[in-house]
Ligand binder design. Structure first.
Ligand code: HEC
Length: 196
């Protein structure tokens, strides 16, 4: 039956009855973005991971200077660090450079660990999973046929677990955009070709 249908559409195409777009699905990578798949499965289906570090360094309180002293930074050094009071740095390298400008390279090397420990607040690091998406599946490099089947099963309600409902949230969006099986196949093909 399947081959029969295939040959019918192939004949129709040859005869010029079918517009090419019905048979040749749109670009999988483009669809993956357009249909918001990346907002839950990450760029290129690699999962929802942080792509960069996020931290902030700031000596924003007098208390921090007292703490430095307590941890062994001499008083004259903490005094020299006063120009940094309340300044914010998003980059550890720039923060260290600013410390260097105030206390010199040698003292910086000696005390930077203590200073960073007190001034730094690391929110997340590159490669960390984004909170709330820890158990969402990754697709990159998975089998094309498997990916296709699972997308269909989830959207059609055949696969159901505690997570499936989240994905079905986009069902009406998919329907409104008249996404075809060929479109799903090309998304699956694109994802399965992504190298880690
Ligand atoms: C709102 C978040 C969300 C969006 C948007 C979303 N998904 Fe999902 N997807 C999920 C969750 C959660 C699961 C796990 C569901 C389950 O286990 O049944 C899932 C499961 C899947 C699976 C099965 C993976 C496996 O390893 O079994 C595939 C394939 C998939 N999604 C593809 C897509 C594609 C393609 C799109 C875009 C058209 C998309 N998803 C959009 C949340 C989402």
């Amino acid at each position: 039956m399947k081959t029969f249908l295939l040959s019918v559409s192939a004949l129709l195409l040859l005869a010029g009855f079918l517009p090419a777009s019905v048979v040749f699905a749109a670009d999988g990578a483009l669809l993956y973005e357009k249909l918001t798949c990346h907002t839950c499965h990450g760029p290129q289906g690699k999962g929802m991971i942080r792509t960069e570090d996020k931290a902030k360094y700031s000596l924003k309180k007098k208390k921090m200077y007292r703490k430095m002293k307590k941890e062994g930074v001499p008083a004259d050094i903490t005094k020299q660090l006063r120009p940094l009071y309340k300044k914010k740095f998003k980059d550890e390298g720039k923060f260290i450079k600013a410390i260097e400008e105030n206390i010199g390279e040698i003292q910086t090397d000696k005390y930077k660990e203590i200073i960073i420990k007190i001034a730094g607040r690391v929110y997340y690091r590159k490669g960390d999973l984004i909170l709330g998406f820890e158990d969402y599946p990754r697709h990159a490099g998975n089998k094309k046929i498997y990916l296709f089947r699972q997308m269909k099963d989830i959207l059609e309600g055949k696969r159901t677990n505690g997570n499936s409902e989240a994905m079905r949230g986009i069902k009406s969006f998919i329907d409104n955009n008249k996404i075809t099986d060929d479109d799903f196949r090309s998304i699956a093909e694109y994802l399965s070709d992504v190298k880690e």
